[in-house]
Design a binder for this molecule. Structure first.
Ligand code: CFM
Length: 546
């Protein structure tokens, strides 16, 4: 196995690439985009400040989704026993139905509504006369048919526009049904600039309506929650396998493979670990204030990051037995990972990658590429905030604009009976000194090389330009980008859905990923393909009557 990453000869100057990306825009758009396209380590600016979490420019084909997608699809979608009822026209349900690959274990009770699509199917007359009656009837119908523990109502754009009072309907139906927790989300697609607003709306409601509701004790010596892991392609299953092996009890994965009861008992954990910082970091903060549970950032993408995260968790519990157990698990799991890594690396060393994904994978997956000796030459998030790029220290400086002010900020207080600080301030300080940093995230910039391009809310045009100019060995993004990139002759890997592959988390996931990327970067098929107009630029045709 080669020890150092071979430097690929740079054929482009990042400043030229940036200029080329901006060239086609009208001056006003170019000025705006210039602040969202950073040459890492501030080669051209005094401060490495990036503009993020702002509106996309109309007319540009953004990679983003909407607020409803972030709330219903991302956060609540993976919870199998809460019925997700979409109040809106059928399209909003149909296009969100089983499109995210969050897997679930149907459990012994078999209560699993993920395969269903529930909608009030609003029609024109409901838009004119109001849809509240229809919503009420839909909640009743679901209850009569399924008797679920909980029904969550999601507002789509037209519901916000006509002003249906979904929260009152939810409250009245909860009172009427008695044993079913009905609550609602004002997550209209237009509510924020991206999915990110939907995460926030979802988290607030879950925090207010379910978290910490059930005081039945949970067994386990080392109890954690894993916040911001969504079990795409079974990632959460692999992480649970490893945690189990270490003797760590994961009460709640928020929200992959979750259930209502897991949320309700999550306050029994002694540590919150945060995977996807963007979608969930405020839940960590709120749970600390309300219940006294500290949080740390972890990353189970990449074998080395997995080992590091396990060691951090063990260090937090300050238990020699657990520390030894974690070391034994790492020792047992790593040889196979390292053997595959060395084999694959002999072929992937020095290759280049580009990653454009939602709000955390574009950072996390750089770890796996590093392990393969590959260099990330450009990366960016669709909808992350400045702290996900620059680190959490910038949070106090982030200007709150009108779009963010639109989203409710909740300010919890310590719970009268359930608040219990897990560590004394002295213990926390000692752990910090020993390297277990709480509420800490350095962001993407610090992990990327000087001169790499970090691009917020990249669009279709820029993505194609980047591929044309920089010719990466692999491009990672989503389904909307997949085919245009492949047509440029570059292999493409979807990092949202994993192209039906995965898991890629943990130790076994790392092995899967190395093998997959090895195959993809050595597949020549896309480079051989020629579009008809490339093969014979002059097309001839004849009219039928000729
Ligand atoms: Fe977090 Fe996600 Fe992501 Fe995200 Fe998403 Fe996703 Fe994503 Mo698609 S919660 S921010 S809103 S890690 S669905 S599991 S892959 S864009 S990078």
């Amino acid at each position: 196995m080669a020890t150092a990453t071979k430097k690929k000869k740079v054929q482009w100057d990042p400043a030229d690439v940036k200029a080329e990306l901006l060239k086609k825009y009208p001056p006003k758009v170019a000025r705006k985009r210039a602040k969202q396209i950073m040459i890492n380590e501030a080669l051209e600016n005094d401060t490495p400040e990036i503009t993020a979490n702002v509106r996309s420019t109309p007319g540009i084909i953004t990679m983003r989704g909407c607020t409803y997608a972030g709330c219903k699809g991302v956060l609540l979608g993976p919870t199998r026993d809460i019925v997700n009822l979409v109040h809106g026209p059928i399209g909003c349900s149909f296009y969100a139905w089983l499109t995210r690959r969050n897997q679930t274990d149907a459990g012994l009770d078999g209560e699993n509504y993920i395969n269903y699509s529930f909608s009030t199917d609003m029609q024109e007359q409901d838009i004119i006369f109001g849809g509240e009656k229809k919503l009420e009837a839909a909640v009743q119908e679901i209850y009569d048919l399924m008797h679920p523990k909980s029904i969550a109502i999601f507002a789509t754009c037209p519901v916000g526009l006509i002003g249906d009072d979904i929260h009152t309907i939810a409250r009245l139906m909860k009172e009427k049904l008695g044993d079913c927790n009905v609550f609602a989300f004002s997550c209209e697609g237009y509510k924020g600039v991206s999915q990110s607003a939907g995460h926030h709306i979802a988290n607030n409601q879950v925090f207010k309506h379910i978290l910490g509701e059930d005081d039945t004790p949970v067994e386990g010596k080392f109890k954690i929650n894993l916040l911001g892991e969504y079990n795409i392609g079974g990632d959460g299953f692999e992480i649970d396998r490893i945690l189990d092996k270490c003797g760590i009890t994961n009460i709640l994965t928020f929200s992959g493979n979750s259930t209502y009861d897991k949320y309700a008992t999550a306050h029994h954990a002694d540590l919150n670990t945060v995977m996807c910082h963007r979608s969930v970091n405020y839940v960590g903060d709120m749970m600390e204030i309300k219940f006294g549970i500290p949080w740390i950032k972890v990353n189970f993408i990449g074998a080395k990051s997995t080992a590091k995260s396990l060691r951090k968790i063990a260090a937090y519990f300050e238990d020699q037995g657990l520390i030894d157990r974690v070391e034994a698990v790492i020792k047992e799991e790593m040889p196979e990972v390292e053997a595959t890594m060395a084999d694959v690396r002999s072929r992937t060393e020095g290759k280049t990658a580009m990653l454009f994904v939602g709000g955390s994978r574009a950072h996390h997956y750089q770890e796996l590429f590093k392990e393969m000796g590959m260099k990330t030459i450009s990366a960016g998030y669709e909808f992350a905030h400045r702290d996900d790029y620059e680190g959490r220290q910038v949070i106090p400086d982030i200007k709150i604009d009108a779009d963010s002010r639109n989203i409710e900020e909740i300010h919890p207080e310590a719970d009268e009976t359930r608040f219990n600080p897990r560590k004394t301030p002295e213990q926390m300080a000692a752990l910090e000194a020993a390297g277990v940093k709480f509420k800490h995230y350095d962001g993407m910039f610090s992990d990327m090389d000087e001169g790499t391009l970090v691009i917020d809310d990249v669009n279709q045009y820029e993505a194609e330009k980047l591929v044309e100019i920089m010719k990466p060995d692999i491009f990672c993004a989503g389904i909307k980008e997949k085919f245009s990139v492949m047509k440029l002759g570059v292999p493409m890997k979807q990092l949202h859905s994993y192209d039906s592959g995965g898991p890629y988390a943990g130790f076994r996931g790392a092995i899967n990923f190395y093998q997959e990327i090895d195959r993809l970067t050595h597949s020549r098929v896309w480079a051989y393909l020629k579009a008809p107009w490339q093969e014979s630029p002059e097309l001839t045709a004849a009219y039928v009557w000729e």
